[in-house]
Design a protein around this ligand. Structure first.
Ligand SMILES: C[S@@+](CC[C@H](N)C(=O)[O-])C[C@H]1O[C@@H](n2cnc3c(N)ncnc32)[C@H](O)[C@@H]1O
Length: 388
């Protein structure tokens, strides 16, 4: 495909995404229908769509409207290019820029538009991040780095760097966590690499790794990952010590890949559905990686930035508090509950902890940490709570 044809395709897909179609469904549906497109075309179109969604508001201003075409015109202008040279209508290029599109083009207004944030979220993020708001918003306009977790049960970090390099994947240590590597080049080779297949590495953001690393562990501890999802954090915990690791998720289907991932990593993890959890007694450590807005990971899933509403946030807050209450019952006296979100918002973090402590006398708050996008990883919040 020519660069112009890729832009025309991205504009069409964005038009449907802006109308409410899910991003992944649009991208995979198009790839299936378009046998003529090679893997480089698919990747380029994916990148265009995600770049546009990360900067939807500012690009719509620059491109003369919040349409698929407008976002692509804005993207070209923002990069210093000439959209008229692309929108020629020749071959598979998009049709020429219309008068209304031209007339609608303007620089983004200060505030939410220039920061590429919904207006209603700017004050909440201002409260949470203070002077760091602008840097965080600007970081969210760019692609996230690719990080790997070294499975220290199988290989030391330095040796892993050399092994990956021999397969064309260049990495360097990430300062946030001593299991974390940042991929410098060769990211597309990871999934097919021998190192990955042998369980030497997992794809996992450095902040997510730092969350697991914050939890003190020793052999024999009984640990529950209450909101396990695909098991990323449970695998990281199980790699560090011979703990009795149990994974639970309200949606058991989300845990379906955990057994294969655990086998590959050489660790043992038991799965428990909600009904079975009651029979397992209490746990020394319960990790709650709660469902949240994902605002710390909006670089990876930018559609979340635009779909979050105050009502949805309030619903999430109620779910987060209910999860904390439920999980607290599963902790042994003197044990630890670790609350985690990948959110930047106080409503999902400090406010939930304050509510929990007010409702649970005797519990005490331990290590509490925000990991910011300025640390070169996703945004995360973690808080250790000690049961009396
Ligand atoms: C942030 S994700 C977990 C990600 C996972 N820990 C990881 O590192 O890969 C949150 C998970 O919480 C689950 N969940 C939502 N409500 C829940 C509830 N009331 N009890 C337990 N799990 C819940 C969701 O199904 C989702 O898989």
């Amino acid at each position: 495909m020519t660069p112009e044809a890729r832009i025309a395709t991205a504009a069409e897909l964005l038009e449907r995404i802006l109308a409410g179609q899910p991003v992944e469904r649009e991208l995979t549906g198009w790839a299936r229908r378009s046998r003529f497109a090679g893997s480089k075309d698919r990747q380029a179109i994916r990148d265009l769509v995600f770049d546009a969604l990360r900067r939807k508001r500012s690009l719509a201003a620059l491109g003369g409207g919040e349409t698929g075409r407008g976002l692509m015109i804005g993207l070209i202008r923002d990069a210093g290019g000439d959209p008229d040279a692309v929108f020629t209508g020749q071959g598979y290029a998009p049709s020429p820029i219309t008068d209304p599109e031209r007339a609608g083009s303007r620089p983004p207004a200060e505030g939410g538009e220039a920061l590429d944030l919904p207006d209603w979220l700017v004050p909440a993020l201002q409260v949470a991040l203070g002077p760091g708001l602008e840097a965080a918003a600007l970081a969210m306009r760019h692609r996230a780095p690719v990080h790997l977790r070294v499975n220290v049960r199988k290989i030391a970090r330095d040796q892993c760097i050399a092994t990956l390099s021999s397969e064309g994947i260049d990495t360097r240590p990430h300062p946030l966590c001593d299991t974390a590597l940042e991929v410098v080049s060769g990211a597309r080779q990871i999934a097919g690499s021998q190192a990955y297949r042998a369980g030497l590495v997992e794809l996992q953001d450095a902040a997510s790794q730092a969350v697991s690393a914050s939890i003190p562990l020793f052999n024999g501890l009984k640990v529950l990952d209450f909101c396990a999802g695909g098991g990323g954090k449970a695998l990281a915990l199980a790699a560090r010590a011979d703990v009795q690791m149990t994974c639970h998720d309200i949606d058991a289907g989300r845990m379906k890949d955990i057994p294969a991932r655990a086998d590959r990593a050489g660790v043992r993890i038991r799965l428990a559905e909600t009904k079975a959890l009651e029979q397992l007694g209490s746990f020394d450590i319960v990790l709650c990686d709660a469902p949240c807005s994902g605002s710390g990971t909006w670089r990876r899933s930018p559609e979340g930035k635009w779909s979050l509403t105050p009502e949805r946030l309030a619903d999430l807050n109620a779910i987060q508090s209910a999860i904390l209450d439920e999980a607290a019952r599963l902790v042994v006296p003197g044990g630890r509950l670790v609350y985690v979100t990948c959110s930047l918002l106080r409503a999902e973090n400090e406010d939930r902890i304050a509510g929990f402590l007010a409702a649970h006398p005797g519990w005490s708050q331990g290590l509490t940490r925000r990991i910011g996008l300025d640390e070169g990883a996703d945004g995360f919040f973690l808080c250790h709570l000690q049961k009396p």
